[in-house]
Design a protein around this ligand. Structure first.
Ligand code: ITT
Length: 193
């Protein structure tokens, strides 16, 4: 086998390396679940790195959460050798009328700079929870830990899991957003250019 044949077959069988801008276990599970489907039958290697979102700990608008996801995706890609994509996931609240909702923003970026964006489904945050976030400088995860009497909800089922009695955990909801963010890379270009 020639060197060229050897290297092209190696790259076809090598795991697809995905850089994620977080070490949060729920986020890493979401990316792994979605990317296993996207890249099947190839093996996927998800590499989580702690990076700065460069936005506030508790984003309070879609714009801010989206920016955080993009910043994380770019930093993760830059920090991870051999990564085919960088993925950033950022949870954030946003207001519609008098009501508040939460969702995860997901950004995917490749080495050429092409960007894909998506979100998880959103869920409502009660006035009781929002009062604490807005006035007490607490993050959603801290409020949910306190109200549920559990620890580290953000790495496990998340607020989404607590509010749906475990029927839609954070990783399950975020995995859908990862699929949407990969749309420009996996769908027919006729929809994009
Ligand atoms: O380690 P990182 O990646 O920062 O993970 P994180 O859980 O802190 O996640 P984000 O920074 O993306 O989330 C922004 C805020 O939203 C909160 N959050 C979002 N979704 C949540 C969920 O389902 N359960 C608990 N907290 C959530 C989280 O506590 C943060 O205050």
């Amino acid at each position: 086998m020639s060197t060229t044949q050897q290297s092209s077959s190696d790259s076809a069988t090598a795991p697809v390396r995905i850089a994620v801008g977080s070490q949060n276990a729920a986020k890493l599970r979401a990316v792994k679940t979605a990317c296993d489907k996207i890249f099947a039958p190839r093996t996927v290697e998800v590499v989580g790195t702690s990076v700065s979102s460069e936005v506030s700990d508790q984003p309070l608008s879609d714009e801010e959460a989206m920016k955080g996801a993009i910043n994380r995706a770019k930093s993760a890609l830059a920090a991870t050798e051999g990564a085919m994509y960088g993925v950033g996931l950022e949870g954030g609240a946003h207001q519609i009328g008098f009501r508040w909702f939460e969702c995860g923003w997901i950004a995917v970026i490749d080495p050429s700079g092409q960007l894909g964006l998506g979100t998880s489904a959103r869920f409502e945050l009660s006035p009781k929870i929002m009062r604490r976030i807005l006035s007490g400088n607490e993050e959603l995860a801290q409020v949910m830990d306190d109200l549920s009497g559990t620890k580290d909800v953000r790495n496990n089922m998340g607020a989404m899991g607590l509010l749906t009695n475990g029927n839609v955990d954070r990783d399950v909801a975020y995995a859908q957003g990862v699929h949407f963010a990969f749309a420009p890379f996996v769908s027919d270009p006729v929809y994009w250019v």
